[in-house]
Design a protein around this ligand. Structure first.
Ligand code: NOJ
Length: 754
């Protein structure tokens, strides 16, 4: 035993020394370089340009490309975004390394948001899997492909909590809950960065958008966020903090202002919280042009002023404002920006480059053979299918209409999206080749039934390019009769409706969250002709499905699932995969209920009351259509025997529950634990997710699921930003959604080890 302990501690000490030695060597290398750099070269490291390939923001003016090239040559650029491909990156890296005075390599950033060429489900869909291994694996594969294409930095994960279905960018995040959001955020960082950032197949992650971008008023992109401290500390910030704890290398700030201060110029967020309190050692990149945008916010008078504010607030790198290069030197000379701030920013940037191993080999990510071998490999496609299946949520399944039988049926597949091979790739899939997704028709074609297709309505048209808006066709219903005829002559109808992939994402906020175009009409007329309808939804946000839920017997939420979309959907429809996804966001009954979320506050008038004077609508219920955490299975589960035991001495509340699979199909169930802190010095929500576990339970058997709650789950941030845990009564619920489960309660006494 002693020998074992000795060995164990020796390994720990040696590993600790190795990490320390690595840190020292990084620091030495960086200090050495810094000592040789001119002020212009330092500022150059803080400058980031986009390339000629993809523009993910408003295009800059003419003459831009030539300047940019010269600046790279002269060591006035620290990073490029949107250059990709092993060969292209190598060429650009050569310009920096071979020509500039100090040969400092560039760091190459790209929006690797959900997969790379092999496209994974959009992040909101992946979050619906509640499967952290799968989420990590998805990011891992994205990193393997992206790093083989020369990249070493992704602008992900996006961890913005969002309660507003109108906001187009919620498809990039993990939904409305900070606990689930934190787990997903950390898993994605681990996936991208792996265990060894210097390995050629790992890339630096970038947590964005710091902060509160998901709270854009009215769900309108880029809009003002104005939220209280309690929401900031308890809802918005936790996923950001989780990524710092997971070792994320970089952060991106945000377009929005928060409580009157544009995030890019916010000292409190960037210097006090992130770099101060949380001890974040990486660097912060601005969002695209967000330093310039402080002029429009009315926070800076001109470009020079904006640069001064941003640099002093801790924005280390200027993405595409072209202002740091222009103004920082003068600002330092005038004493308006401290030399120390510049040195600190440059050290942070160089350290990340060092951590990536770029100083050892600037071309380590530029291996064309590896690029060829790994890109869209069978292994990656299989993993994409695996996570796609896990992301699907069965919303309704009346009379067990699903799964469908595999033969002998005439099936009508109706909807424009059903044979689309581009839309399922979703938005933010810059590296994917167009039309590389498996369509629903193709996926169903692998099975035996007789399949016929009608578009019904053509609800979108226009160029399917990233920067173009799709036109929603609100007029054309000429295809409905054909679809109705087909429905009449079929046994089952699979209606594939929703949003095109480009209807969500940046700049794609919607005022109406219904089915776009004439799809609602199509659905109602098809249903009138044949009520054996399975509705398959492809969308990137919660939609208003009240009519569908009241009428259509089976509803499947299939998001935008990436490359393997059609296969995943077919496997679920035919029961080769038993659906296990759960909603990461509340679906309203009606757009007027937005923002609607499960972890709301009780108010002083929770009702219901016989009088009108309680917190409600007179024309709509307070209930959502589908609550957070909702998702059905082809089997059934029974929860029982909830046990709660408070171990005050160790500061742990032990919770266990029995979950039995009472149906006749094996299944994966997401067991969810919620608490309510009944009375607190800052009011707490009626329910808060504090634990979950996805477990496989075979038909007819049961499992005991155990949770441990410590002060980390039982406490909250007060309005001074201090984490506190208070004695008192708590409710606990363990269940299959945020609405349903088995309940108990416990009390934390003064003797509890907080
Ligand atoms: C703007 C987006 O807000 C951000 O998320 C993205 O990473 C950058 N453009 C770069 O494309």
């Amino acid at each position: 035993m002693f020998r074992f302990l000795f060995l164990f501690y020796s390994i720990v000490i040696i590993a600790g020394c190795a990490v320390k030695a690595q840190e020292d060597s990084a620091q030495n290398k960086v200090e050495e370089l810094l000592a040789q750099m001119t002020l212009e070269e330092k500022i150059g490291q803080m400058n980031q340009y986009s390339s000629f390939y993809d523009v993910t923001g408003p295009a800059p003016g003419a003459g831009y490309q030539k300047d940019r090239y010269e600046h790279v040559k002269n060591g006035l650029v620290g990073s490029m975004l949107n250059v990709r491909g092993a060969e292209q990156v190598r060429k650009m890296q050569e310009v920096a390394v071979e020509n500039s005075r100090l040969g400092i390599p560039l760091i190459f950033g790209f929006d690797v948001i959900h997969g790379f060429k092999t496209t994974m489900p959009v992040p909101i869909a992946e979050a619906a899997s509640w499967d952290m291994d799968a989420v990590e694996q998805s990011a891992r594969i994205a990193a393997v492909e992206a790093s083989a294409a020369g990249l070493n930095w992704t602008f992900a994960p996006m961890v913005d909590i969002c309660r507003d279905a109108r906001w187009g960018r919620l498809m990039e995040g993990a939904g409305e809950d900070p606990f689930l959001g934190s787990a997903v955020a950390a898993a994605r960082v681990k996936g991208f960065q792996g265990d060894n950032l210097a390995a050629p197949n790992t890339i630096a992650a970038c947590t964005k958008h710091f902060a509160a971008y998901g709270f854009a008023e009215a769900g309108k992109d880029y809009n003002t966020a104005d939220i209280g401290l309690s929401t900031l500390y308890n809802v918005v910030l936790p996923p950001f903090k989780a990524t710092v704890d997971a070792g994320v290398q970089t952060f991106m700030n945000s377009f929005n202002e928060l409580n009157g201060i544009p995030a890019t110029g916010d000292v409190f967020l960037q210097r006090d919280i992130l770099k101060g309190e949380w001890g974040f050692n990486g660097f912060i990149v601005s969002d695209w042009g967000s330093i310039t945008e402080m002029l429009y916010h009315g926070f800076a008078s001109d470009g020079k002023h904006a640069s001064e504010i941003a640099a002093n607030a801790g924005s280390d790198m200027d993405m595409e404002s072209h202002l740091y290069l222009k103004h920082l030197k003068e600002l330092v000379d005038e004493g308006k920006v401290d030399n120390e701030h510049i040195d600190d920013a440059v050290k942070r940037i160089l350290t990340v480059k060092h951590n990536l191993g770029l100083f050892d080999d600037p071309y380590k990510y530029c291996d064309v053979t590896r690029e060829k071998n790994v890109t869209m490999s069978k292994e990656h496609l299989d993993a994409s299918l695996d996570i796609a299946k896990k992301s699907i949520v069965l919303l309704k399944n009346e009379n067990n209409m699903l799964p469908l039988s595999k033969s002998g049926k005439k099936i009508a597949v109706i909807g424009q999206l059903a044979d689309n091979k581009n839309s399922p790739l979703g938005n933010w899939r810059l590296a994917a080749d167009d039309n590389t997704a498996v369509s629903v028709i193709e996926g169903l074609g692998e099975y035996g039934n007789e399949i016929s297709h009608a578009q019904g309505v053509k609800f979108f048209e226009g160029q399917e390019a990233f920067i173009h808006e799709l036109k929603i066709n609100n007029e054309d219903e000429s295809g409905i009769p054909e679809a109705v005829e087909l429905a009449k002559s079929s046994d089952v109808v699979i209606l594939v409706l929703g949003e095109h992939g480009y209807m969500t994402g940046e700049g794609r906020s919607r005022a109406h969250i219904d089915l776009p175009g004439k799809q609602q009409k199509l659905m109602e007329e098809v249903y009138a002709a044949n009520s054996n309808v399975v509705l398959v939804l492809m969308n990137g946000r919660p939609l208003d499905l009240d009519w569908a839920n009241g009428n259509i017997p089976a509803i499947v939420e299939a998001w935008h699932l990436g490359t393997q979309s059609g296969h995943a959907i077919a496997q679920v429809l035919y029961g080769d995969y038993n659906p296990s996804g759960k909603l990461p966001m509340t679906f309203p009954k009606n757009g007027g209920q937005i923002p609607i979320y499960y972890n709301y506050k009780n108010t002083g008038r929770p009702g219901p009351s016989g009088l009108v004077f309680w917190s409600h609508y007179i024309d709509e219920t307070n209930m959502p259509l589908y609550p957070f955490g909702h998702g059905l299975s082809y089997t059934t589960y029974k929860y029982s025997d909830l046990q709660v035991n408070v171990d005050s001495l160790s500061g742990v509340v032990n919770v266990s529950v029995e979950v039995a699979n009472t149906g006749d199909m094996d299944g994966d169930e997401v067991v969810q634990l919620y608490i309510r802190d009944k009375v607190a010095s800052v009011t707490r929500p009626v329910r808060e997710l504090k634990g979950f576990e996805k477990v496989t339970i075979s038909a007819g058997s049961s499992k005991t699921i155990k949770f441990k709650l410590t002060k980390d789950q039982l406490g909250f941030y007060n309005n001074q930003g201090k984490f506190v845990t208070e004695p008192g009564q708590f409710d606990v619920m363990v269940g299959w959604s945020s609405k349903d489960g088995v309940v108990s309660n416990f009390t934390l006494g003064d003797n509890f080890q907080f």
